[in-house]
Write a protein that binds this ligand. Structure first.
Ligand code: GLC
Length: 399
């Protein structure tokens, strides 16, 4: 085992917790002392590089808190960690939040199945998968437009990304505190209607985000494969059909001049408006092969490899260096995050950009070797930022 792999294993074991017979991993014990939805999917992907048993446990604890309507909450408060002061948010729930995160569950299940071919596990978790994707396809797309919406920026996993500034009524430059306040206000408003998603979207915040939808599409494609493995041809055909429809809708509503933008519904005009902020979202469609080869070549050449935009000394900044909102230390407003590099690397490989993917993977490793398992990194200096003992660096094993 390489030294790096050993370090990842030590970190995953250090951050591991058990409660009520369930096992899960904290993203960072000091600062993120609970279980998070997409983090746990990342954890399962990382754990597959060691054993599938722990990866399965990570996902089973997650789905144990799935809501009746199929939603998986983005946070599960299993137990309180000593010496942490994670902010208390009033969700109106006993032990979970009331919003979700990008639905990476099918991807994580598929990764496990690729390793051990354990059909029994797939069959066991399948009903939870069906409920989850049904939730996204119905509650988050109540008018059958084939694009899923969010009810809070935190659902993207990129809490304060500038993609959400317009809807939060914030200028390109503002503090994290101001941003957080707006998001909390949204939570309070959503609580009034018990987080009824169609109502919340219509009345408070309606962003259809590029990465969220690209991730959903890739997972729907995987659902086709999973359904086929367990011999459910009807479901397999259904998921394939949905993935195609969602892909077409993304192309119809989000693509302009070779780049995908998140959109929001303008109630006055009753039509989608593109949010013209250049973030890594431009590359998220590569992950689900939503772009043609020609379109991929274009966005990679003009944006990813362009110093003006994303070819920073340490790649890949989450926001284009050309944006007025770009801040190399600004949480989701510029720094490199390893999970985002992972999505980009996966996407690049699908289009034959193996050399570039390798370069980004090596660059990611260099960042962690230089600054440790930090939460994010300054794209101009490579300096480590945010919390420590953060698990996402483990995704480098999967690049
Ligand atoms: C931060 C990140 C989010 C992540 C959580 C736990 O809120 O923005 O994506 O899930 O921390 O790591």
């Amino acid at each position: 085992m390489s030294d790096f792999k050993k370090q990842v294993w030590e970190l995953m074991v250090k951050n591991r917790r058990s409660c009520h017979g369930y096992q899960y991993t904290l993203p960072s014990p000091h600062s993120y002392p609970y279980q998070w939805f997409w983090d746990s999917c990342f954890h399962a992907i990382i754990l597959c590089h060691f054993n599938t048993l722990d990866a399965k446990k990570e996902l089973l604890s997650l789905v144990s808190k799935q809501f009746e309507n199929g939603m998986i909450p983005h946070m599960i408060y299993w137990q309180k960690e000593p010496k942490t002061n994670f902010p208390v948010v009033e969700w109106g729930k006993k032990d979970t939040s009331a919003i979700t995160q990008p639905p990476m569950l099918a991807f994580a299940v598929w990764q496990i199945y690729q390793k051990d071919r354990d059909k029994g596990f797939v069959e066991k978790i399948y009903p939870s998968l069906v409920k989850l994707y049904h939730y996204f396809l119905s509650e988050r797309d109540p008018h059958n437009n084939h694009i899923a919406s969010m009810i809070n920026p935190d659902e993207s996993g990129e809490d304060n990304s500038p993609r959400f500034d317009i809807q939060l009524n914030l200028p390109p430059k503002h503090t994290l505190g101001e941003n957080y306040k707006r998001r909390l206000k949204l939570v309070a408003a959503n609580k009034q209607c018990a987080f009824d998603a169609p109502f919340c979207m219509k009345n408070f915040f309606w962003v259809k985000d590029v990465p969220m939808n690209a991730i959903l599409i890739e997972n729907l494609k995987i659902m086709e494969e999973i359904a086929s493995v367990i011999g459910n041809k009807v479901d397999a055909a259904y998921y394939l059909d949905r993935s195609k429809k969602f892909k077409q809708a993304m192309r119809d509503f989000m693509l302009e001049d070779g780049i995908f933008y998140s959109v929001y519904l303008d109630p006055k005009k009753n039509q989608y408006q593109k949010i013209k902020v250049k973030t890594w979202a431009a590359f998220a469609p590569l992950f689900a092969q939503i772009l043609t080869k020609k379109e991929a070549d274009y966005v990679i050449r003009e944006y990813l490899l362009n110093k003006k935009h994303f070819a920073a000394p340490f790649m890949v900044p989450t926001v284009s260096c050309s944006e007025p909102s770009f801040d190399p230390e600004g949480f989701w407003r510029g720094p490199v995050w390893i999970s985002i590099n992972w999505f980009i690397v996966k996407g690049l490989k699908k289009y034959g950009y193996d050399k570039l993917a390798k370069k980004i993977a090596e660059n990611s490793l260099a960042l962690v070797e230089k600054s440790g398992f930090r939460e994010h990194f300054n794209p101009l200096t490579g300096e480590g930022l945010g919390v420590r003992q953060f698990t996402w660096g483990g995704l480098i094993l999967d690049m």
